[in-house]
Design a protein around this ligand. Structure first.
Ligand code: FES
Ligand SMILES: [Fe+2]
Length: 399
């Protein structure tokens, strides 16, 4: 039986209740050290960028391309991308660059249109990336339109999530990337029923320093004493390693009053955060984080996702921060409440997390210390760095 059968998940919720009562958490056997040079070395950073561009990336959700003709043009890790949904319902992913002389064929953003006409000389492409027409074809010269479609990238829509790979010619093997267990877990989360509420891009320091704040709640009691720690217990965390990835489960304040025999009750007091390699954390937040509701009311599910990507130097990153709400609550006051909560949470990250992250970044080049140390309680970050070290050995990154 899969470890994450429903019965196992419920057992884990009960474990978390137990951890709260014992003020305990999943711990590594030993502390873990990372050379500070790994955050400063340009060669390592360039290899990381290549890795990120070759690794399946959670680019969006089914709701981002709601109907045939929907598109989303975005830039990720310096790569201009164009996601489209065809008339058949299939999703396609391209480099958003005209094959004539490189101008983006779609302006950044989301919308719906049947074709894309480049502003510069009006070469026109279909939703499937094919070059449909170029003006003055006769005098332009000998161009076989079949050779001039948009450059295609591997993409797959699976269980409400749109995954893509940012390097042309690199295949997308989700079965291998996720593994059977995580794949089954993500399918059960029902991403298809979520709708986007908020998307912001937050600039910060080095992507690893920035991402690390998403993998431990050790800092909640000090840095977030008046914010996140008011509804999430600091430093109590249930961690499960899933290949390159992790699942962190954290208890919401009030769980200790739950009836351990009521799975539904427990579920509302546990936040599940999937740490998807390398830099994505996708959290399912408990309804109770937003105040008490009638326990018989429908559970409001919300996704908070932070997608931390390398910026244009080892010292910078961009966090794509997204908030989604489950379908029955779209257009209700709960959607607006979720938006307000998301905005205040972004402010907390901007005002509390990112200054300390920048402060750590400022010391990286000082040469004052050789390594950073991760405690036994920061186990998810041990997994992250282990997986990253392993992935960076890939000879494909030598090219
Ligand atoms: S660059 Fe697009 S048509 Fe010339
Ligand atoms: Fe934080």
């Amino acid at each position: 039986m899969s470890k994450y059968s429903d019965a196992e998940l419920y057992a884990n919720y009960q474990d978390i209740l137990d951890l709260v009562k014992r003020k305990d958490l999943t711990m590594a056997d030993e502390i873990y050290k990372i050379p500070v040079s790994e955050y400063a070395d340009r060669g390592i950073w360039e290899r990381e960028v290549k890795l990120v561009r070759r690794t399946p990336m959670m680019l969006g959700f089914s709701c981002d391309l709601p109907e045939p003709g929907s598109y989303w043009a975005m830039t990720r890790v310096g790569v201009p991308l164009l996601l489209t949904r065809l008339k058949t319902g299939e999703v396609r992913l391209f480099i958003n660059a005209c094959r004539h002389r490189g101008v983006k064929v779609a302006n950044e953003g989301q919308g719906k249109q049947p074709r894309f006409t480049c502003l510069y000389h009006a070469w026109t492409y279909g939703l499937d990336g094919s070059l449909l027409a170029l003006p003055e074809n006769r005098i332009f010269g000998d161009v076989d339109k079949c050779d001039y479609g948009l450059i295609e990238l591997a993409v797959e829509e699976r269980a409400g999530i749109i995954w893509g790979v940012l390097t042309p010619g690199v295949a997308l093997d989700l079965d291998d990337f996720l593994g059977e267990e995580l794949d089954a877990m993500l399918r059960k989360e029902g991403f298809e029923r979520f709708h986007s509420v908020e998307l912001v891009e937050l600039p910060a320091a080095n992507w690893k320093i920035t991402y690390e704040g998403n993998g431990e709640s050790y800092h909640f009691a000090s840095l977030h004493a008046k914010s996140f720690a008011s509804f999430t217990y600091p430093n109590i965390l249930h961690n499960t390693k899933l290949g390159k990835h992790s699942l962190n489960m954290t208890p919401v304040v009030g769980i200790e009053k739950c009836d351990p025999s009521s799975r539904a009750d427990l579920e509302r007091f546990v936040q599940r955060s999937y740490m998807l390699f390398p830099g994505t954390v996708c959290s399912f937040a408990s309804d109770t984080a937003f105040g008490e509701r009638d326990s018989k009311s429908e559970v409001v599910s919300r996704i908070f996702m932070n997608h931390v990507l390398p910026g244009d130097s080892p010292e910078t990153s961009i966090t794509i921060s997204r908030t989604l709400v489950s379908a029955p609550f779209v257009g209700t006051p709960i959607e607006e409440e979720t938006r307000i909560w998301a905005r205040s949470s972004h402010e907390t990250v901007r005002l509390e997390d990112y200054p300390v992250v920048q402060s750590a970044q400022d010391t990286v080049h000082s040469g004052g210390q050789d390594y950073f140390t991760f405690g036994r309680n920061e186990i998810a970050l041990h997994h992250f760095h282990d997986a990253l070290h392993e992935a960076l050995k890939d000879e494909a990154l030598d090219a």
